[in-house]
Design a binder for this molecule. Structure first.
Ligand code: ARG
Length: 469
């Protein structure tokens, strides 16, 4: 037994405010206290802090570093504290700076000297790194669940519209006809990669820093593997200096989150355009929109606009975290305390965005006729006419030229290519025959793109079926 439970310590947490007051001649200034305290936001980590402390105490007990009765006093005390926190009875004190010292002081008030032994072989530096990883691991799992739910919403909508015709755009100009289902499935794919990014990031989150102590490790005969196992980590952080100072995992998480927001921001931009009266492709359910206090006719797509706006906020958090890290020497610096608020806000923003988005997609109605009409108006089948001529033996560049002249002619005449007579079309190339009208139709154009990844309705249907798995 390295410490016995009758030992009497001076400079008790009970007598002085700060855990380190033995070393100082004057108390921390009030303003500085407020400036340096993190309890206002890191109390959110309490549950994970307690989980980590229990695992640490059990290991200290198993290794004979503290007595078995101390371990059980710590376990019971911490369980009570957790209940107090969860019921809102716990009193958080700014004077106690952060989540760790608040809980430790409260524990010592409850159980006496055993509480003072909990911090043996540990520092707040490896403690906070552990808390953040535990919280982030759970949050990453929530994120993946949230994305999956949104993907299901996308699939439901895509299934209803696997053959609904709309114009596909490049440069925001009508390019070629696609199906609305195909368009939606593009977002499914983006989110699929987003899930993979979170899953990959989770592997790096799921390593145990505890045991690194302040920076160099500890002289007690600790068993890090045991703590890792108790807390469900895949293994331990290999280097103690890295363990207390690394926040890559948090940056990666924020990057993965920024990318999800970026994808949803693009989607939002489209919903905003499509729901505007000029496009009138879709209608967003009223519960996701607001009116104007002055213009009675308005229905504003607030939710997609805010998603687009909040993307800036989350990307800002990514930049904040990268900047926070860029000039830090090894190992731990207090700068790292500034990682929490951006991280928490990133998670809160993305989680609620995912939830609201999944619901909003269920409230989308599609104005098929308008979509179809827009596809029919923009010479969307011009490429199909060129391909038709190539299949008749013309070189693609020559076919492109012939069709460009035909498009110009149709623009001057104020009609679509399919409205031109056979005689008119033949002026641009004599090989054109009556079969041309099949490729000039929107359905013909769609059906011809019949390969994996193409927009032919049967391919879209197959893509949705694969995605359901
Ligand atoms: N509140 C700190 C943080 O969030 C944890 C404690 C840091 N340790 C220290 N020696 N000041 O990173």
């Amino acid at each position: 037994m390295i410490q016995n439970n009758t030992e009497n310590t001076t400079n008790s947490l009970n007598k002085k405010t700060e855990a380190w007051s033995g070393r100082f001649n004057e108390p921390v200034a009030e303003l500085v206290k407020r400036y340096t305290a993190s309890v206002g936001f890191d109390k959110r980590l309490a549950e994970f802090d307690i989980q980590g402390s229990i695992a640490h105490a059990q290991m200290l007990g198993a290794q004979g570093i503290i007595a078995a009765q101390d371990v059980s006093a710590i376990e019971h005390g911490l369980a009570e504290i957790l209940a107090e926190i969860q019921s809102g009875k716990f009193e958080w004190l700014l004077d106690l700076e952060d989540v760790h010292l608040n809980i430790e002081k409260h524990l010592t008030d409850k159980i006496g000297d055993a509480g003072k032994r909990l911090h043996t072989g540990r520092s707040r530096n490896d403690q906070i790194a552990t808390d953040v990883r535990l919280w982030l691991r759970a949050t990453t799992d929530d994120m993946i669940t949230g994305i999956r739910k949104l993907q299901t919403s996308i699939l439901d909508l895509a299934e209803m519209h696997f053959d609904t015709i709309m114009p596909g755009f490049t440069h925001l100009q009508v390019a070629q006809p696609v199906t609305f289902g195909h368009h939606l499935m593009a977002y499914f794919e983006m989110l699929q990669r987003d899930v993979a990014r979170f899953e990959d990031c989770r592997k790096r989150i799921n390593r145990l820093p505890l045991g690194a102590a302040a920076l160099a490790g500890t002289s007690y005969p600790i068993d890090r593997e045991m703590v890792a196992k108790t807390l469900g980590f895949d293994g331990v952080c290999e280097n103690s200096l890295d363990a207390v100072s690394d926040r890559d995992f948090a940056i990666e998480f924020t990057f993965a989150s920024s990318l999800v927001m970026t994808h949803l921001s693009r989607f939002s931009e489209e919903l905003i355009l499509w729901s505007s009266p000029r496009y009138a492709f879709v209608d967003i359910a009223d519960r996701f929109c607001t009116g104007s206090s002055i213009m009675p006719q308005k229905k504003n797509p607030d939710v997609p606009e805010l998603v687009r706006g909040k993307t800036g906020r989350v990307t800002g958090h990514l930049v904040a975290l990268l900047t926070l890290m860029k000039a830090q020497p090894l190992a731990y610096n207090k700068d790292n305390q500034e990682d929490k608020e951006p991280l928490f806000d990133t998670a809160d923003t993305l989680l609620v965005t995912l939830e609201i988005y999944a619901d909003m997609l269920r409230g989308i109605t599609v104005k098929k006729d308008n979509m179809r009409q827009a596809a029919a108006e923009g010479f969307a089948t011009a490429t199909d006419l060129a391909d038709y001529l190539v299949k008749k033996g013309l070189a693609f560049r020559d076919a492109h030229e012939a069709v460009a002249l035909a498009v110009r002619y149709a623009i001057d005449k104020g009609c679509d290519l399919s409205d031109l007579s056979l005689a008119e079309l033949q002026k641009f190339n004599p090989m054109i025959d009556s079969g041309v009208y099949e490729v000039l139709t929107l359905e013909g154009s769609l059906a011809s793109r019949n390969h994996i990844g193409g927009t032919a309705p049967n391919q879209v249907k197959a893509a949705i079926a694969r995605a359901r798995k």
